[in-house]
Design a protein around this ligand. Structure first.
Ligand SMILES: [Zn+2]
Length: 190
């Protein structure tokens, strides 16, 4: 699975050879993954149908997931990000669930996953922040690992926006790109 900013520009990247299979082979379009309904921050649902690619060498297929959503999540990254931001500001899962109108168990699961991956997310955010802005100052110390991770990813996003001149993109989509779709899991050991 690859996370891409939007399906259309990903096709341009493939055409120019920027996105290719881990084996080094070139992709070509291979239909679509199934349609999923993604719950937006305002509670409405929007259909999502990621494009699928096939490697011309190893024949494996890969899904190009738009960065507005996360793998295996029914809620948009905007909604999940809003929950993480509230948690970083000291709110518990019940308050957040009530505020976002989501089940408590769903929000608790998001926060648990983010907490479990917080060290990796923090490291990834810090590295990206310095990559986009080598003159970046030190990160502030925050009360919890989740808050530090959200902070670091926020710095990285602001630096990416400045450096790359990104306009009209949701910060959480950029965070999804920076963290390669692993905001809520799939964390490597190293
Ligand atoms: Zn391949």
């Amino acid at each position: 699975m690859f996370v891409v900013l939007d399906g259309r520009s990903a096709l341009d990247d493939i055409a120019s050879g920027e996105l290719c299979c881990p084996c080094g082979g070139l992709f070509r379009p291979w239909g679509h993954a199934r349609v999923r309904l993604i719950r937006q921050l305002d509670g409405s649902h929007a259909p999502l149908q990621p494009r699928r690619m096939v490697c011309t060498v190893c024949r494996r297929t890969h899904v190009l997931l738009p960065a507005s959503s996360l793998p295996r999540r029914r809620d948009s990254v905007e909604s999940i990000g809003a929950a993480l931001l509230m948690a970083a500001n000291g709110n518990g899962h019940r308050t957040i669930a009530a505020d976002l109108d989501r089940p408590e168990s769903t929000v608790r699961n998001w926060l648990r996953r983010a907490r479990r991956g917080a060290a990796w997310l923090n490291r990834t955010g810090i590295m990206a922040a310095y990559e986009f802005d080598p003159g970046h100052g030190p990160m502030a110390v925050r009360a919890t690992p989740t808050a530090e991770a959200v902070d670091a990813l926020g710095y990285a996003t602001a630096a990416a926006v400045r450096r790359l001149g990104l306009v009209g993109l949701s910060p959480w989509s950029i965070i999804t790109m920076v963290s390669r779709g692993r905001l809520l899991g799939g964390f490597p050991d190293g």
